[in-house]
Design a protein around this ligand. Structure first.
Ligand SMILES: [Zn+2]
Length: 471
């Protein structure tokens, strides 16, 4: 291992040069103008994989309509490196598309030119999410080849170009290949999230689900003037604001009866996990640029972020929001809210509880308006078995590279593909982040630190070696 680590350290400038090469491809999946760039990024990967003797299989998931244009979805690139039945097979996933970025959003320099500052921070769109992690898997293979060291596992790869746009088309491919291309997979590793803080590496074992709802209230046939019709009609906005106020209390408690019934109870072991985490109340104050947190200690803050359900109100379509004293009565308004769900909540139960509660509350109003409740999307939470050798291998690898016992973390958000892999393949899935909490994925001035990238390549190397003999 020392030999490989030394090789990786010696070659860091070449890894950074190649990260600059991929950051320069603006593979923005959510913008039709950039679709060719997304495809070009996929081709770049295929070319590198071929150079490294990774055999590839390309899936074309079909078409989509974006900005009024029909486009081919970018390819899903599958790869196989090694087919030795005596070795374990690890499936690694990553995405090669990125979030949009414009210099005018507030970037200090062109987002698609990788720039390193004196502190060794490598700025550029996609640097941490998810280009450095995805190409690092290839550098692990390359290092073994250059040093003539046998890789002790087989690797399967699944790289997609639509993650930032809902992974359109990916689930079907995973289910289709589960018993075929992925049949020999023993465990799954996804490097597409971040350390909890800025100093301590972590492994991630849980994500919340999400159920997103719209609540539409309509009444008058057109928008009305309050001077003429105020006091004479049931106003949709009044009904909507009343109903939305019934969903959640100002201190974050969901008010829908029964919503907490399915939530898995907190165990003693779990309580202990939260005490040593690299996180403080100050971190969250920094992250929100304010101090108006509901909870005052890190355990409560993180438990409410990770393992309790929450309900957030997001917006009202059709509401007047411009400056000035407009006196309109909107004819139709659509409220938007979502519930971040946790084990063992089921989306079906959430939908049933939400719908019946709102209808019940609406009935109390005796309003002649029309109400429609729609579940726009729903995906359940994910939690992995941390006692699996996959987690032990990752933990050991972190100890080897960083000399520290990692945090076991969850996340408040959702990465739906995680659950798809777990369900389609029936194998253990692990999230092994490379970047830090302050990397600014999806934000302006996204970066990855040089040390996170280079030590990250060592981490993935060490992880694969640990997997080969982990019990
Ligand atoms: Zn990502």
């Amino acid at each position: 291992m020392d030999k490989i680590f030394a090789y990786i350290s010696q070659n860091q400038d070449s890894y950074i040069k190649r990260l600059a090469e991929v950051v320069a491809i603006p593979s923005v999946s959510g913008d039709a103008k950039h679709r060719q760039d997304v495809v070009r990024m996929g081709e770049w990967l295929v070319q590198e994989m071929t150079r490294l003797n990774v055999s590839t299989k390309i899936h074309h998931p079909g078409k989509q309509v974006l900005d009024g244009v029909e486009l081919d979805l970018p390819p899903v690139v599958l790869g196989t490196y090694g087919t030795d039945p005596a070795k374990r097979t690890v499936l690694v996933y990553g995405h090669y598309d990125v979030q949009p970025a414009l210099k005018s959003d507030g970037w200090t320099h062109d987002p698609f030119t990788l720039v390193e500052d004196e502190q060794g921070r490598l700025f550029g769109r996609g640097s941490t999410d998810d280009k450095a992690p995805i190409i690092s898997w290839l550098w692990v293979i390359e290092a073994h080849q250059k040093l003539n060291i046998d890789l002790p596992v087989n690797i399967k790869m699944c790289f997609e170009g639509m993650e930032e746009s809902g992974s359109e088309g990916l689930d079907d491919i995973i289910y289709k290949e589960a018993k075929d291309y992925f049949a020999t997979v023993d465990c799954v590793c996804i490097s597409d999230n971040y350390w909890l803080g800025t100093k301590k590496p972590c492994v991630t074992y849980g994500l919340r689900g999400i159920s997103y709802f719209t609540l539409e209230i309509s009444g008058p046939g057109r928008d009305l003037h309050s001077g003429v019709f105020g006091g004479t009609v049931h106003e949709p906005m009044t009904d909507l604001v009343y109903l939305m106020s019934k969903l959640v209390s100002p201190n974050g408690k969901i008010l829908i009866p029964g919503i907490y019934d399915e939530v898995a109870p907190v165990t003693d072991d779990e309580h202990k996990l939260y005490t040593d985490l690299d996180f403080s109340v100050k971190d969250i104050h920094q992250a929100i640029d304010a101090t108006n947190t509901i909870h005052e200690n890190k355990q409560d803050i993180l438990m409410h972020r990770w393992r309790f359900p929450t309900l957030s109100l997001h917006g009202i379509e059709g509401a007047f929001y411009g400056a000035g004293a407009k006196t309109v009565i909107p004819a139709k308004v659509i409220g938007k809210f979502s519930i971040r769900s946790v084990p063992n909540q089921k989306p079906e139960t959430i939908k049933a509880l939400v719908t019946s509660f709102i209808q019940q509350e609406f009935a109390k109003l005796n309003s002649k308006n029309k109400i429609t409740i729609t579940e726009l999307s729903a995906g359940p939470a994910w939690v992995a078995d941390v006692k699996h050798y996959n987690f032990r291998a990752a933990s050991k690898a972190i100890e080897t590279v960083f000399g520290i016992t990692p945090d076991y973390t969850r996340e408040g958000g959702s990465i739906p593909v995680t659950l798809t892999f777990q369900e389609a393949l029936g194998k253990n899935v692990l999230l092994l982040p490379m970047g830090r909490a302050d990397d600014g994925a999806h934000s302006i001035n996204e970066k990855i630190d040089r040390s996170n990238y280079i030590e990250g390549i060592k981490l993935l190397t060490s992880y694969l070696h640990e997997i080969s003999h982990a019990q």
